[in-house]
Design a binder for this molecule. Sequence first.
Ligand code: FE2
Length: 310
Amino acid sequence: MSTHDTAMKNATTQIRRALDDKALKPSIAGFFDEATNTISYVVHDPATNEAAIIDSVLDYDAAAGRTSNGSADLIIEYVTKNDLTVTWLIETHAHADHISAAPYLQEKLGGRLAIGREIIRVQEVFGKLFNAGTEFQRDGSQFDHLFDDGETFKLGTLEGIALHVPGHTPADMAFIIGDAAFVGDTIFMPDFGTARADFPGGDARQLYQSIKRLLSLPEDTRLFLCHDYKAPGRDEYAWETTVGQQKRENVHVKEGTSEDEFVEMRTARDKTLAMPKLIMPSVQVNIRGGRLPEPEDNGVSYIKIPVNAV
Ligand SMILES: [Fe+2]
């Protein structure tokens, strides 16, 4: 059996166990950031109060070039109120639409900052694009841990497993904790569809395979999404669904959608999408583990914008 198949087998076993045994299910709180349509999660083990923060948001006023911590402070408040111990700060990928608040949260709450191993490839691509100097290491060393496909981890007494789900970017990971899968930017709510695959290093065929992989998990697996934009006929934000619901209802990739059909639809749709407003600051900061570029000799950090390069 390939490592790829072993990872899926282990994930399926873990989820089945958690679906059968309430004690193996995590408690999950979602925090919606309306400015970037992002959902951050605090996931914790009710038995030990050990917690992971997934995909946090640093508020950023692009016109003023100013960061602030309002969204991150809501998470800190929740963690403190519930007496949680943060052991992981996880990024599903290097986001292109918001800056990560992980360094700020780490300073306040502790925990190890982690992302998928393929972040190194993303650092290569964007290191070149932003003409970053040798001070920008392209080896993932800005993170405390790089997850491999199929790697298992613990959150208190709960079991976790990381799955590599490239397509939106080469480094996207999904993280399964108990019966819940945090799927990042792969699939969105069934009435909205799927993530775009047209960023540098993105690939619609890979995205299809990654989504297929996620939808091979048990039907009752809880899926938690990284974004929501509402959808025709739905005027409320939503971010939780199940594998079964996606297989029956996803408007882009339900059961029976072929890879070619998906790739054709995804490619055509991506051509109509504008770049996310915060792509340049987000990517530049997130490939550095959420830290701003090194300050220049006047002590100020600058965000670069490559002109006519993307
Ligand atoms: Fe993304």
